[in-house]
Design a protein around this ligand. Structure first.
Ligand code: SAH
Length: 395
């Protein structure tokens, strides 16, 4: 195995069990490691510390797979890691009433760069790194053996792949190809999900627990679901007793699936409405029309892909929250989210506060939300937390 030696004083992150080594921490690479190749990591004096995979094309030069410097990354190693991740989901209370779950959440499950989601009889694998790309066929066979799905489908088209020097890869790895839509059951609701072309691996599984929390405020409410995608929050709101639900998204295609999902859950057409348009513009138009809502969900796409985009992202979050606050009746509920990793919880709360000041509304935080429990955050890897939300009452 090739050994990568760290610069003096650069072992600290590893001592804290942080699974990333940045390129600037490396003193030398003994031999030539190909992108994704498994390497041993040694301290500055040559003492073995860990085993990981290397990518000379990435700023994150090594991701740790094992803290045992003698570990072999073979089929038995991968099988054990997958078995452990799968077993951890078996007892999660949030997963008791769903057939779709995240089985492997990358670094937080000890398998950096690997996402595995299960939707009923289908498994979707997402590789984010060159290291996982090299292992993905072995991983697909192991998943087939452990879970016996109808197929293992690859959705390696996430936005982070170019940073690893990787092109998107989408297609079947093993078994059958999923049909146009697959049925997902979640907390008594049904959703048609497009695993091949949908966002992420098809559905925002990370918002499962938040959908439950938000639904609890929806009885008799007039609800505006902004950035609705295929209607996740909208379906929960309607089935929890909302009087009227508007799903708003810039994509007509996802709204068509949202309408199908509302119908699947027996929400009559007179209680549901779809609006195609740019949320920033549509919310302004609604203000001009004096439209009012009892509850607004704001679940925008990632605005900040890096720290460089932080300021413009914050302006975006502030503006959309401000526009929503203008549309809420006194006593109304704002459920507002950010999935930008670069915006942490306290910064996000500050942005909502600034929007509240500008809107001249008093806002109370009732609940703080995070990603669902099958997307755990390893304490030694706080970067795993990207999703945060606030349920607020607006005075
Ligand atoms: N709340 C959803 C996930 C939202 S994903 C769920 O729980 O399933 C973000 C959505 O925002 C995507 O569907 C995307 O099409 C939409 N979107 C992106 N930019 C937009 C804009 N400017 N106006 C309206 N919708 C937008």
């Amino acid at each position: 195995m090739i050994t990568i030696r760290l610069k003096p004083g650069r072992e600290r992150a590893l001592n804290n069990r942080h699974p990333w080594i940045f390129s600037g921490a490396i003193a030398d690479v003994e031999g030539q490691a190909l992108p994704g190749q498994v390497v041993r990591v040694a301290g500055s004096r040559g003492d073995g510390l860990a085993v990981g995979y290397h990518n000379p094309n990435s700023q994150i030069a090594v991701r740790i797979l094992s803290w045992d410097p003698e570990a072999q990354i073979d089929g038995a190693f991968l099988r054990l890691a997958l078995e452990r991740a799968i077993a951890r989901r078996r007892t999660l209370p949030g997963l008791a009433r769903t057939n779709a779950r995240r089985l492997v959440n990358a670094e937080s499950d000890g398998l950096p760069g690997l996402i595995v989601d299960q939707y009923g009889e289908w498994v979707v694998l997402q590789s984010l790194t060159a290291g996982i790309d090299r292992l993905k066929d072995d991983l697909a066979h192991l998943l087939m053996e452990l879970l016996q799905p109808a197929g293992v489908f690859e959705r390696s088209d996430a936005d982070v792949r170019p940073r690893e020097g990787l092109a998107p890869a989408v297609g079947s790895l093993l078994g059958a190809i999923p049909p146009d839509t697959v049925m997902l059951e979640e907390n008594g609701r049904s959703f048609a999900v497009d695993l091949v072309n949908g966002h992420k691996t098809g559905f925002y599984l990370d918002q499962r627990d938040s959908r439950v929390r938000v639904a609890a405020y929806c009885q008799d409410a007039t609800v505006l679901n902004v950035f609705s995608y295929t209607g996740g929050f909208g379906v929960y709101a309607a089935t929890a007793g909302a009087a009227h639900v508007v799903n708003l998204d810039s994509s007509a295609e996802v709204l068509a699936l949202a309408e199908r999902n509302m119908a699947l859950n027996h929400v009559s057409a007179d209680r549901a409405e779809s609006i195609v348009g740019d949320a920033f513009a549509v919310l302004r138009t609604m203000r001009d029309q004096a439209r009012r809502f009892d509850l607004i969900v704001l679940d925008p796409p990632k605005f900040a892909f890096s720290r460089a985009q932080l300021n413009s992202a914050l302006r975006g979050y502030k503006d959309i929250n401000l526009q929503a606050l203008h549309l809420l009746r006194p006593g109304g509920i704002l459920a507002t989210f950010s999935c930008s990793g670069a915006v942490d919880e306290s910064l996000f709360q500050k942005v909502v506060f600034e929007a509240a000041l500008d809107a001249g509304r008093d806002v109370q935080v009732l609940e703080r939300l995070s990603q669902a429990s099958d997307h755990p955050i390893l304490l030694s890897f706080p970067e795993a937390q990207y999703l945060k939300g606030l349920i607020c009452r607006v005075g």
